[in-house]
Ligand binder design. Structure first.
Ligand SMILES: *[C@@H]1O[C@H](CO)[C@@H](O)[C@H](O)[C@H]1NC(C)=O
Ligand SMILES: *[C@@H]1O[C@H](CO)[C@@H](O)[C@H](O)[C@H]1NC(C)=O
Ligand SMILES: *[C@@H]1O[C@H](CO)[C@@H](O)[C@H](O)[C@H]1NC(C)=O
Ligand SMILES: *[C@@H]1O[C@H](CO)[C@@H](O)[C@H](O)[C@H]1NC(C)=O
Ligand SMILES: *[C@@H]1O[C@H](CO)[C@@H](O)[C@H](O)[C@H]1NC(C)=O
Length: 471
């Protein structure tokens, strides 16, 4: 081999090397998160960065992608969205519910979440819409938005994201979330199905939807809150009966005063006062974290951790502290434009349509199921905000509308020889499952049961309903 050949070889290798640091196996290495401050060592990779969804107005969505633990290339891809509208999937799903790390008690470092959902799937978290977390727009009018624009932007986001991660384009795709994601996820799936219908090229490989404590239909979800208060002894019998007899929640809307009597309005006011401010409406069993105390303790560098029934109820304060550390934002490639407000769990700059909350999601779910895509609605049974009482009825109505028969009668499901909750299935495609002892944020309050449910969902298995044996 002459020296010219060697030179060519060296140049060739350098070129190869440069290509590979830009994009190894179809992964954008500029988005690789090398190490988060205070992060325990792990053997899976993390990526974070931005996808522009509107070049003209300068709108860009932030994502955080965590590879699965072990065999990442064989595991599916799951998108998770938190709700609000306007709340952060980073602060919610990724770092306090189902991601691989939780903030440590002093807000300065991370600890492992032993029940992370990345045991079963690769996980993608997106701050959606622009104005949430580190997603932004250079044009403030973009912050006036609603369901349709949010779904459109998420569709564009996914197109752009798959350009960065081409290897994942054909991977089985699961769409998941909680709360107001009961609006986001079905409307996104609907947009992706439209895409698939008209695209002769790339199609989204949607394999299932799972949504926890989802807002689906205000007419049913709102009265369920008062029924929940009543059935859990949080209001008196008198007030409960007044609400049930005097209030009509049909055609309920968030924005305009609905057609209710004076006695109904006063009973609702009374109910809210009796429930009081010292209860976490998202989990009526857990103790609450007193913010003033935590803020002080975080400043004094003490551990703020307050444990109630095994759950750190102060995690929301620790996470806000952690995400506002400049070195954390730098490691995540976040806030690259120096946004002039601090990171918060739920956006204060977003002007989200309050009429879109009234959209009935059932017809959209119906279309999705008619495409033979399995839908799971799961429900933490300690949540009074979107309680199981509404979701269970809505799922049954949806099943009726689809002419589905019960394919799994309502039964207890088991995990670790205990009842994990109750489950029923319709038409082998529509599942309703409760998670016993779980809050609105199911994976936060019941990590092990939640992981079991999620693993079953992504592997196409029903929840196990046979009674545990003694061995
Ligand atoms: C927004 O503006 C900043 C500052 O001019 C710029 O660096 C950034 O690229 C813009 N974002 C988008 C998505 O165009
Ligand atoms: C409100 O309810 C009353 C009594 O049920 C009914 O007569 C009236 O038509 C309703 N108004 C609207 C705007 O629906
Ligand atoms: C932050 O920046 C936006 C434009 O990017 C501007 O409209 C707003 O007034 C600024 N807010 C503060 C508090 O400076
Ligand atoms: C973005 O960075 C600036 C400092 O450059 C900081 O003041 C601001 O709080 C950060 N905003 C967010 C949303 O993280
Ligand atoms: C918020 O949205 C409403 C309805 O689209 C609009 O009338 C209002 O001007 C917006 N407010 C701000 C501060 O942009």
């Amino acid at each position: 081999m002459g020296s010219r050949d060697i030179a060519v070889l060296v140049v060739g290798l350098v070129v190869l090397f440069l290509i590979s640091i830009g994009n190894v196996n179809g992964y954008p290495m500029e988005d690789l998160v090398v190490n988060l401050p205070g992060q325990p060592k792990v053997d899976f990779r993390q990526f974070a960065g931005y996808i522009d969804v509107d070049i003209k107005t300068g709108k860009s969505l932030f994502y955080y992608y965590v590879e699965a633990q072990g065999d990442a290339s064989k595991k599916p891809l799951t998108l998770w969205l938190n709700g609000g509208p306007g709340c952060s999937s980073m602060g919610g799903g990724a770092f306090t519910e189902l991601g691989p790390f939780f903030p440590r008690g002093d807000g300065r470092a991370l600890r492992r979440n032993p029940k992370s959902w990345n045991k079963a799937s690769n996980l993608l978290f997106v701050e959606s819409p622009a104005g949430v977390g580190w997603s932004y727009s250079n044009t403030t009018s973009d912050y006036t938005t609603g369901d349709a624009a949010t779904a459109r932007d998420m569709h564009l986001f996914l197109m752009g994201w798959f350009e960065k991660f081409p290897e994942l384009k054909s991977r089985d795709l699961y769409l998941t979330g909680e709360s107001y994601a009961g609006h986001y996820i079905p409307q996104l799936a609907n947009a992706l199905l439209d895409h698939n219908k008209y695209s002769s090229d790339f199609k989204f490989n949607i394999k299932g939807l799972a949504i926890g404590n989802p807002l689906l239909n205000l007419d049913k979800d709102v009265p369920a809150t008062y029924e929940y208060f009543w059935s859990h002894g949080m209001i008196s019998d008198e007030v409960g009966l007044t609400i049930m007899n005097e209030c009509s929640f049909d055609d309920y809307t968030f924005d305009s005063p609905h057609n209710v009597s004076k006695s109904c309005i006063s009973a609702i006011g009374e109910a809210n006062a009796i429930v009081g401010n010292y209860i976490d409406n998202y989990d009526v069993i857990l103790d609450v974290c007193y913010p003033s105390l935590v803020e002080q303790e975080l400043r004094l560098r003490k551990m703020a951790t307050k444990i109630s029934v095994g759950v750190d109820v102060c995690m929301s304060y620790e996470r806000r502290y952690y995400f506002n550390l400049p070195e954390v934002q730098h490691a995540l490639h976040a806030n690259r434009t120096g946004l002039n407000y601090s990171w918060s769990m739920c956006s204060s700059i977003l002007n989200y349509s309050d009429t879109d909350g009234n959209i009935d999601i059932l017809p959209i779910l119906k279309r999705i199921i008619q495409h033979h895509i399995p839908v799971w609605i799961f429900s933490g049974d300690q949540d009074s905000v979107v309680p199981l009482l509404g979701s269970r009825t809505l799922v049954r109505k949806l099943a009726q509308d689809l002419n589905f028969k019960i394919t799994l009668p309502y039964s207890a499901w088991f995990h670790k020889k205990q009842v994990g909750g109750w489950v029923t299935e319709y038409g082998n495609l529509l599942t309703f499952a409760t998670v016993r002892g779980a809050s609105h944020m199911v994976p936060y309050a019941q990590p092990s049961r939640a992981l079991h449910l999620f693993s079953s969902f992504v592997s196409g298995r029903s929840l196990p309903v046979s009674e545990p044996s003694d061995d």
